[in-house]
Write a protein that binds this ligand. Structure first.
Ligand SMILES: Cc1cc2nc3c(=O)[nH]c(=O)nc-3n(C[C@H](O)[C@H](O)[C@H](O)COP(=O)(O)O)c2cc1C
Length: 183
C-alpha cells in the first residue's frame, strides 16, 4: 500500500515561494508515496474553551487528516525569526486534547524558505523545538535552510535544476529515514 506524506505550508499566500518548494517536493516523492496537502488557513485559533464534544469542524478535519498520513513535511517561511502563527496554531490544534496528540511518531521533515540569506534558520529551529514535544522524529541531515529563494525560481515559477538536485538529495535522505523508522 502506498504511503502518504502530509505537507503543511506555513505561508497562506497564493504566490508563496514556500508553496512552490512544497509542490516541487511533492513531485519528487518516489513510487509508492503520495503527497497530501493539509490546509491550515481556515483553522480557528486554538482555544481550550472550544474543546468540547462539538469542536470546530476545521479542527476535526485537521486532526483526521493528520491521523491519516504516514509522514509529515513542514515547509515554512520565517516570520520575525520564528514560525508563522497559522502553522503554530495547526500544531497546537493537533496536539490536543491532552493525551490525543495526532502528530506523534510520524517521521518529519523541516524546510525553511526565505528570500533572505539566512534561509529561515530561526523558524526552522523554533519549529523543531515544538516537534520535539509533539514527538515527531525529524530528519537531521541535510538541514534545509533555503535562502535567496527568489534566485532559485525560474521565469515559469519552477525551481531551477541545480536546486532540484539538492531537493532530490533531501528527499532520498528523508525516504531512507522514513523507511528505517517505519519498518
Ligand atoms: C510578518 C512577516 C515577518 C517576516 N519576517 C521575516 C524573518 O524574520 N526572516 C526572513 O527571512 N523573512 C521574513 N519575512 C519575509 C518572508 O521571508 C517573505 O515574505 C517570504 O516571501 C514569505 O514566504 P512566502 O513567499 O512563502 O509567502 C517576513 C515576512 C512577513 C510578512
Amino acid at each position: 500500500m502506498s504511503k502518504t506524506i502530509g505537507i503543511l505550508v506555513g505561508s497562506l499566500r497564493k504566490g508563496s515561494y514556500n508553496l512552490i518548494v512544497a509542490k516541487q517536493m511533492a513531485e519528487l516523492l518516489p513510487a509508492g508515496y503520495e503527497a497530501k496537502f493539509i490546509k491550515i488557513d481556515d483553522v480557528p485559533f486554538y482555544n481550550e474553551d472550544l474543546e468540547t464534544e462539538t469542536v470546530p469542524d476545521q479542527w476535526k478535519r485537521l486532526r483526521e487528516e493528520v491521523k491519516s498520513v504516514d509522514g509529515l513535511y513542514f515547509v515554512t517561511p520565517e516570520y520575525n525569526r520564528s514560525v508563522p502563527a497559522a502553522l503554530k496554531n495547526a500544531l497546537d490544534v493537533g496536539s490536543r486534547p491532552m493525551g490525543k496528540n495526532v502528530w506523534g511518531g510520524k517521521p518529519g521533515l523541516v524546510m525553511s524558505v526565505s528570500p533572505g540569506g539566512i534561509g529561515g534558520f530561526g523558524a526552522n529551529h523554533h519549529l523543531r523545538q515544538s516537534l520535539v514535544f509533539l514527538d515527531i522524529p525529524t530528519l537531521q541531515q541535510p538541514e534545509a535552510y533555503i535562502g535567496n529563494i527568489v534566485n532559485l525560481v525560474d521565469n515559469n515559477g519552477k525551481i531551477k535544476d541545480s536546486t532540484v538536485e539538492f531537493f532530490q538529495l533531501i528527499t532520498d535522505k528523508y525516504i531512507e529515514f522514513f523507511e528505517k523508522l517505519t519498518k
